[in-house]
Design a protein around this ligand. Sequence first.
Ligand code: HEM
Ligand code: HEM
Length: 303
Amino acid sequence: MRIHVHALATAAATLALMVLGSLVHGTGSSLACPDWPLCHGTVFPEMTHGVEFEHTHRLMALGVVVLVGTLLVRALRRTDRVAVRLAGLGCALVVVQATLGGLTVIFRLPPAISIAHLATSMTFLSVMVVLAVRLWPRALAPDVGVGTGFALAALLVFVQIVFGAVVRHTGAVLACAGFPLCTGEVWPDAALARLQVIHRTLGALALVVAVGVGVSAARRATTRNARIAALLPPVLAALQVTLGLAVVLTYAPLDLVTLHHLGGALLLASLVAAWALHLPTAAPAGNPLQAEVDRGVFEVASR
Ligand code: HEM
Ligand code: HEM
């Protein structure tokens, strides 16, 4: 497998693992394995009563650890120091993530650790996306101005996702009835309801920012690929807000909540990818000539 495909496969496996993690929580299986790292004292427990979600999540996490570990080994054989650092950061994050996963079980699901587990998974996914873009043979002409817009939008979406986790892990999902008001109020008294109002408001802001940044980038785009990369985040943001609304109006069924989790991860990944694609130094190993162009070597030489 080529190294850029290996990096993309690691990002895809992470996304699948995250959806499974969301199902672990959503199906109430988080403590189906009461111990860690073994499950009921064995590596091969009976896959029933939620163990099928929780233990499969752990086994799949092991697969992601192997994928990112081998990615680092392969990156070390190359001259691209940024790729090595990104793969190294990925390895460190996956260790932190597995530790947080274990701590959620040992301490019986304190919300702070569950929220940190979600935030670290999104950070890890983002690093894998940047690494995949870095290693990919150059597809787009870099534009730092456009890239900065996507980076700011990605930061906003990351904060919004963390608020989503706060809503989820504090049980604020049904704290507001109706939409757009929260049980008829703009700013309710109850703390849980306020958390959801903040998540809704940030969601609207994230949509406006993603549309603004995406549409202006699409206008500046000179190729079809650049236009697709620019327009993907606004489309995903619109879908994500629609899913959020559906979650609230239908009292949070498991399938919609899981899709909303996946939608948040995909939106973040699309913004991070759009940012990384516009970095001037992406993928020197994929296309050395382009890297020279990016660094302005030919420009200087021609003066
Ligand atoms: C690469 C490694 C991992 C990733 C990317 C990952 C990702 C996730 C995600 C995204 C969730 C859903 C969180 C939410 O909905 O807020 C989750 C839940 C969970 N994960 Fe992981 N996980 C990883 C490793 C582990 C490991 C090694 C364990 C070991 C015990 C673990 C245990 C759990 C548990 C118990 C939950 C449910 C938490 C709750 O109900 O609050 N995870 N995981
Ligand atoms: C760009 C916009 C949005 C993003 C990126 C986003 C992201 C997320 C994520 C990732 C979660 C799950 C966190 C976890 O699994 O721990 C979540 C939860 C939630 N979101 Fe959003 N969201 C957005 C907009 C909205 C909107 C507009 C609403 C409502 C009108 C909404 C309502 C909810 C609710 C109720 C939950 C909790 C679900 C539960 O407890 O099971 N979201 N959000």
